[in-house]
Design a protein around this ligand. Structure first.
Ligand SMILES: [Fe+2]
Length: 237
């Protein structure tokens, strides 16, 4: 199955992902081994150790030159951490969206209170962005009350599951939340959130098999290819 991976920490030496150029190139080769054809580089942004957008763009351009021989189409994005200051920073266009689209990969603090999500999502949407909420199955509030997600989707947000959560690598509570989202058709895509070549890696074959076996081939295709490609190409859905 062709795969489009919209959440990866492959760009080298800009966050806690790839720690060297060689490791980054190996991560790309590993992605290709899972038949990843499109991959968005999404370094952490808006954390204390954040990189600036111009710096990321420069690292991205140099990385693309080094990766030319690897058959995968690359694009730049960011995983933008939510803080109270985020709306003001977004107003200034401080962070890359996913391949320059309207879609902003948005990561909330894992222990945020349930009531705080919706006002922040409303602010982000009002600025013209469409949040793609990164791995909500790992947020305490959603694990405790997964029906919260309906309000987020009502706003037009999308939800990205992490492959490791789906197959149980983050524990049973996270997996149960991921199952709720999958069973009710609430997730738009599954991505690797790869950070290296060991435990959190670019291998998506396991989750592809899992989705095909426990849900359907059509479901796997929607989550790993059709919907992430809509994001990559800035289509509405
Ligand atoms: Fe991430």
């Amino acid at each position: 199955m062709k795969i489009c991976d919209i959440h990866t920490h492959v760009l080298p030496c800009v966050d806690d992902g790839a720690a060297s150029m060689e490791q980054a190139l190996q991560m790309l080769r590993n992605a290709v081994a899972s038949n990843v054809q499109y991959l968005i580089l999404t370094p952490h942004c808006n954390r204390p150790d954040q990189q600036t957008a111009p710096h990321l763009q420069a690292v991205y351009e140099s990385f693309c030159r080094k990766a030319e021989a690897i058959p995968v189409r690359l694009a730049l994005g960011a995983e933008v951490h939510v803080t109270p200051e985020l709306p003001e920073l977004l107003r200034r266009g401080a962070f890359p969206t996913l391949n320059g689209s309207r879609y902003l990969l948005t990561e909330f603090p894992f222990r945020w209170q349930a009531a705080d999500f919706l006002p922040m999502l409303e602010k982000i949407c009002s600025l013209g962005y469409t949040p793609v909420i990164a791995h909500p199955e790992r947020y305490t509030a959603l694990m405790e009350a997964p029906q919260l997600v309906y309000d987020w989707l009502e706003l037009g947000c999308h939800v990205q599951l992490t492959a490791g959560s789906v197959v149980g690598k983050y524990g049973s509570k996270v997996q149960k939340c991921a199952r709720f989202l999958l069973k009710n058709g609430l997730a738009c895509c599954v991505a690797s959130d790869a950070h290296g070549v060991e435990s959190r890696n670019n291998n998506l074959l396991e989750v592809e098999s899992y989705l095909s076996l426990y849900y359907s081939h059509r479901c796997a295709q929607a989550l790993l290819w059709d919907n992430p490609m809509r994001i990559f190409q800035n289509e509405t859905f």
